[in-house]
Design a protein around this ligand. Structure first.
Ligand code: PLP
Length: 290
């Protein structure tokens, strides 16, 4: 990979499709994305010059505008901005990049949403957790099954810019000396990680929690289940109790940038079975944990 140490942000493309200097400020001080976290984003992995799961990401952005009360996106325009950013990244670098689309409500009192695309270097922790797996702890939340449908203003299941609580959860667990977290609802149902979907292998079945319980429908989890279906591996989306994770054959946190990180320790307990039952990482094209 050509040298990209130093600044993390390397490519910035405006709504008008211009490639801008990423070190020059772009937003207005009263952008509601900044003031309220009022907007949506998508983060995609650029690998081997391609944007992984492009259609799934654009679909999720397009279907999130209505629950977030934002104007619909112009799908072709967003795809074009992504292509401009990806081309610029490819022209300058050949390693993995994190491509982000940001779509906010725009300026306070204004009537135009803000849209831009960036590409940054992938943090070095990513290669480590793909290779070595992670230690995680479960964290309680006030969620209960059914709440997401009763309280749509919580924007559960929407990739909203309001991520302060998610990153606070990550800081909290890092303070405990572990790598990541798994949110659990008040009835013990597994929800998701602050930046990942949970998938467990239970009796040969790939199981992920019910998206109706207010979790983000993960593009990586969708990709994994699509690969599994073509290979005849059974998949299930169902309520998953936290106790089941301790006896599962494999527990994974999946996300666009890390792709797949195996959980080898949960709440201070080694997960019992470290053998690989289903080639989750291989199906997603990342090297399995050694
Ligand atoms: N759940 C949450 C809360 C996330 O933030 C993410 C990704 O950032 C995911 C799940 C995984 O989604 P994806 O695989 O589309 O990256």
């Amino acid at each position: 990979m050509r040298d990209i140490v130093g600044v993390m942000l390397h490519v910035l493309v405006s709504d008008a499709g211009q490639v801008l200097d990423p070190n020059v400020p772009l937003l207005h001080a009263d952008d509601l994305g900044v003031l309220h976290g009022d907007g949506l984003f998508e983060t995609m992995l650029m690998r081997d010059g391609l944007v992984r799961n492009l259609e799934r990401h654009i679909d999720r952005l397009a279907t999130s505008t209505a629950p977030a009360g934002l104007p619909p996106i112009d799908i072709a325009h967003v795809a074009e901005l992504i292509e401009i950013a990806a081309t610029e990244w490819r022209r300058r670098f050949d390693g993995e990049g994190a491509l982000r689309v940001v779509y906010t409500r725009g300026r306070e009192g204004g009537d135009r949403p803000t849209l831009y695309v960036t590409v940054s270097a992938v943090p070095s922790r990513v290669a480590e957790v793909r290779r070595d797996g992670i230690r995680a702890v479960t964290l309680p939340t006030a969620y209960r099954p059914g709440l997401a449908a009763e309280a749509p203003w919580l924007l559960a299941g929407v990739k909203s810019l309001s991520y302060a609580a998610n990153v606070a959860a990550l800081r909290h667990v890092q303070g405990l000396g572990v790598d990541d977290a798994i949110f659990v609802a008040d009835d013990g149902s597994v929800l998701e990680g602050p930046r990942s979907s949970v998938v467990a292998v239970i009796e040969g079945v790939l199981v992920t929690p019910l998206r109706d319980d207010g979790i983000l429908p993960g593009t990586t989890q969708a990709e994994l289940f699509a690969h599994a279906r073509t290979r005849g591996i059974p998949v299930d989306e169902r309520r998953l109790h936290v106790d089941e994770l301790f006896s599962a054959a494999e527990v994974w946190l999946l996300s666009s940038i890390t792709v797949a990180a195996r959980v080898h320790r949960l709440n201070g307990q080694d997960l019992p079975n470290q053998r690989k039952v289903i080639g989750v990482a291989a199906m997603l094209g990342v090297p399995p944990m050694s």
